[in-house]
Design a protein around this ligand. Structure first.
Ligand code: HSE
Length: 336
């Protein structure tokens, strides 16, 4: 299967390492032979129609900070040009989420779909701003659109709600969908100030390059948009979310909640309204997880409430969700 990979940060690099280390098993078990024919990062690209050497790709990126130096000619092709000119079956979109205009991911995804390529995106920006129209574009062009890594990283939250609960009617859900703010709030509950907890989260590499995405609730809101569209069949985008972050939560608020055996968590919920905001959660509620963990509780008509807990981020975790989507595509193609 020929793949164009847009974005070669932690997730993209983890993915090619996964392909490289599991290539025999992927072929023997699933008949999948991923052939990465083009990779694009912010400084340049690498192209080989017969398949790039994945080990070399990672080494070049490590040494030069870009894949541009993969070949002597130093390829400057943009992701969009690559998608228009290089033949491939699948686009894997891993560039950074941007909630202003969703670029460059939006153009990558729409160009790929218009060129009859299946799309896997872990970039949340295009889905947050245009989920309903992207889904329509995929249907119109008869391509598959997969995005299981956008919510919960390696934890298959979307798949659980869509497939394991299929036939059920999910009436509401609520979850901790941002690991960074959960880490900060957990540490504030242990006595750190907001500034100290934020600094610690930054030192550990958890905080997005634009800290506002985590702290002001945008990342959680983007995930809520994806869940609301995919699980509840709503046609909503980011402006439909009533969103507030954790900047106004004080150590005093957390102390008050603790006296009631509760913790303050940034909760994304879909009930009558779509809301992201800090909320008191009883300590004995399964949703009340600590550290960088994510958790989501789905309430359905006949099956009660079920809570899924897992890591919501991480390079290898997110790469494994991409592999899951790719295997789905492989299997659906084989079925057809
Ligand atoms: N900033 C996100 C988080 C990363 O902290 O959960 C995963 O989307």
């Amino acid at each position: 299967m020929r793949i164009i990979l847009c974005g070669f940060g932690v997730v993209g690099q983890s993915l090619v390492k996964l392909f490289d280390s599991r290539s025999d098993e992927l072929y023997a078990k699933y008949g999948l032979k991923p052939r990465v024919v083009g990779v694009f990062d912010s400084k340049g690209s690498a192209v080989d129609k017969s398949g790039l050497d994945l080990y070399k790709l990672v080494e070049v990126k490590k040494k030069f900070g870009t894949v541009k130096n993969y070949s002597k000619t130093k390829n400057s092709m943009s992701g969009t040009d690559m998608l228009k000119n290089i033949e491939a079956e699948v686009l894997i979109e891993t560039t950074a989420s941007n909630y202003k205009d969703a670029e460059p991911g939006m153009t990558h995804i729409t160009t790929a779909m218009k060129n009859s390529m299946h799309v896997i995106s872990v970039n949340k920006g295009p889905l947050a701003l245009a989920f309903p129209s992207l889904l329509e574009l995929a249907i119109y062009n008869q391509v598959m659109f997969k995005f299981s890594g956008t919510v919960g990283g390696g934890t298959p939250i979307l798949d659980y709600a869509k497939n394991s609960l299929s036939g059920e009617r999910i009436t509401s859900f609520a979850g901790i969908l941002n690991g960074t703010t959960n880490y900060i709030l957990t540490n504030m509950a242990s006595g750190l100030s907001f500034e100290e907890a934020l600094k610690d989260a930054k030192d550990k590499g958890y905080v997005e390059a634009d800290e506002s995405l985590d702290l002001d609730g945008l990342d959680a809101a983007a995930k809520l948009v994806i869940l609301a569209n995919w699980i509840m069949g709503m046609k909503v985008t980011l402006p439909d979310i009533d969103c507030s972050g954790i900047r106004k939560v004080t150590v005093k608020d957390i102390g008050k909640a603790a006296k009631k055996n509760c913790a303050i968590k940034l909760i994304a919920s879909c009930d009558k309204e779509l809301i992201v905001g800090p909320k008191e959660i009883p300590n004995d509620d399964p949703l009340c997880v600590n550290g960088t963990l994510n958790a989501i509780a789905f309430t359905s008509e006949h099956s009660g409430t079920q809570t899924i807990i897992g890591k919501g981020a991480g390079g290898m975790e997110t790469a494994s969700s991409i592999l899951r989507d790719l295997l789905d595509i492989r299997q659906e193609i084989a079925r057809d």
